[in-house]
Design a protein around this ligand. Structure first.
Ligand SMILES: NC(=O)c1ccc[n+]([C@@H]2O[C@H](COP(=O)([O-])OP(=O)(O)OC[C@H]3O[C@@H](n4cnc5c(N)ncnc54)[C@H](OP(=O)(O)O)[C@@H]3O)[C@@H](O)[C@H]2O)c1
Length: 246
């Protein structure tokens, strides 16, 4: 296997996701060696790996269910077999589906909260354990959601877990300062999940002051800001076209 100690190295969970894959490829284009995880979308993950390797041939992927702490730990051990440093951790893996009150089942709750909240926590724990030993400043970016600050009727476990991710971001930022800068990005709607949202783009855009849904490039701009900034930590960068102004 090849080691490129000069390259900055990024670990991203959920690299097979619709936004996650765009971020993984874009980070490779921006000079990062990329290690990403997927859970079940093996075919998509293989395609992402090919695109990522076009820019950074040393990149790797691993299967990992972030709702299982053992899976997270073994993904990080695989990561350490390939790479000798960690500059950026992006915790993007997430589960999203609607749940109607009051009939939310224990399984639905666990599926959403174990992936989004528990998974993000233990991913950050593993990343921070590596980063705190390194002789340079590194960064963690969590993925929240603008809905963490809205009151949606049918997404309580999802939005509660995304709000909790914002809180964890602040705790990690405080505990690991000045060694690790920890921030969160709260996207508005970027991609539409066809299973859950049948509104055409223009109907969604009515609620957005900037009159369009977001793009992966909009989110990547926020990531590039956070990786270049040396004096921002514990913040939530909302990239929502002004949605929260409504
Ligand atoms: N896209 C948007 O419009 C939007 C808006 C607001 C916030 N966000 C946030 O931005 C991030 C990226 O979104 P996205 O569009 O890429 O999401 P997505 O298309 O729904 O993809 C979800 C990703 O998470 C992975 N995943 C799901 N459950 C998992 C588990 N238990 N363990 C490990 N991986 C798991 C999926 O892997 P497999 O497919 O391989 O199973 C996939 O890679 C998420 O945190 C999301 O909440 C996105």
């Amino acid at each position: 296997m090849s080691h490129h100690p000069a390259n900055k190295v990024c670990f991203i969970t959920g690299g097979s996701g619709r936004l996650g894959r765009a971020l993984a490829i874009s980070l490779a284009e921006n000079g990062y060696s990329v290690f990403f995880t997927y859970r079940s979308s093996e075919k998509e993950a293989g395609e992402v790996l090919r695109s990522v390797r076009a820019h950074s041939p040393e990149s790797h992927m691993a299967r990992c269910d972030v709702s299982k702490v053992d899976d997270i730990r073994s993904a990080f051990r695989t990561f350490e077999n390939h790479f000798g440093r960690l500059d950026l951790l992006v915790a993007s893996a997430s589960n999203f589906f609607s749940t109607t009150l009051p009939e939310i089942s224990e399984n639905e709750w666990d599926s959403l909260v174990d992936t989004n909240l528990k998974g993000t926590f233990f991913t950050m724990q593993e990343g921070a354990s590596i980063m705190k030993e390194q002789p340079f400043v590194s960064r963690i970016i969590t993925m929240s959601d603008v809905s963490a600050n809205l009151v949606w009727r049918n997404f309580a476990p999802y939005t509660a877990s995304k709000q909790a991710i914002q809180h964890l971001t602040r705790v990690f930022a405080k505990v690991f300062a000045p060694k690790i800068l920890v921030n969160s990005i709260a996207p508005g709607t970027v991609t539409i999940n066809p299973e859950w949202n049948r509104e055409p783009d223009y109907e969604l855009a009515r609620d957005i002051p900037l009159q369009r849904i977001g793009t992966p490039e909009d989110i990547m701009e926020a990531i590039l800001f956070l990786v270049r900034s040396d004096y921002v930590t514990g913040q939530v960068v909302t990239v929502d076209g002004g949605r929260l102004l409504n």
